[in-house]
Design a protein around this ligand. Sequence first.
Ligand code: ACO
Length: 323
Amino acid sequence: MSFKAVLRGCGAFLPEKVLTNDDLSKRVDTSDEWIRERTGIRERHVASEGELTSDLAAHAARAALKDAGLTADDIDLIIVATTTPDLTFPSTAAIVQAKIGAGAGAAFDIQAVCTGFVYALSTAEKFLCAGQHKRALVIGAETFSRILDWEDRGTCVLFGDGAGAFVLEAQEESEAGDRGVMASFLRCDGRLVDLLYVDGGVSATQSTGYVRMQGNKVFREAVTRISQAMVAVCEEANVPVTDIDWFVPHQANERIIQGVVKKLDLRNDQVISTIAGQGNTSAASIPLAYCAGVADGRIKKGDLVLFEAMGGGLTWGAALMRV
Ligand code: ACO
């Protein structure tokens, strides 16, 4: 039997607390004007004390299940993409499974920093298409605010917290029709670890550490690698890039998004951008942006959607899906 991984529903969650650029300019030597011009960010959501990555993920998961018309009992695979897990172990996925009351099935985390959701989506698709699992919750969830050095203006202005979730279902090709994940492309170049990393961890320092980034070097790598990944998935699916309905990028920097749009001859009205109000929510940014596009009626069932991301590792990738 041949299966496809079809999107049944999506859900999003943002913490209530908002931090504006002006708020940040009281903490570090920066300004609303600098942040908006260099990144496109106006404000970001930040988790409150005691509000954990698994809490954000569980809220998004419940919203996605509701959107899909399913319950937690219907789920037999949970993959959480996160760089900011609740604990070193067990996985945040295991904690989310308990919080939403899902039954038996597999649950694990994926760590590919900002590319995490694309890695998770591609992994879930393989499990579903292999016939090993029936319905997956694929979640991107982060409390990046917890690993920021709030005295480093080069990084603390960029990130925000949040979570987004997809429910994917294995459907036989006859039922799925042309819907489903069509292609994905995942890459990592570990020689570039130094461009973007956290200066602590279980084995190295027995602490969490803070984000360190050579932002301008990451920026220089971004447009080329992201564009290559997008072209690769479109070629695999035999679809011209310009035929997509929606471009849902990882929301790292509005200038990177614009660079890709220009390089691939896309139109600005094909782009779903949430960066102004959310900043870079790492693995959560793609499902959050997708949900925003669905919520305001732009993305509709049957549309062709292209996702991309790049993050620490360096990792990068893309996925193409008819929703
Ligand atoms: N406010 C004011 N000035 C600042 C700030 C700030 N918040 N941050 C840096 N500056 C200063 C720098 O100190 C530097 O000053 P100098 O010229 O006196 O030395 C100047 O601004 C220029 O710094 P650059 O780093 O060259 O600025 P750039 O235009 O590259 O913008 C940015 C910085 C926004 C970080 C950009 O490089 C970027 O977006 N990089 C990519 C980030 C990314 O995509 N990350 C991947 C995903 S994240 C993940 O995986 C965890």
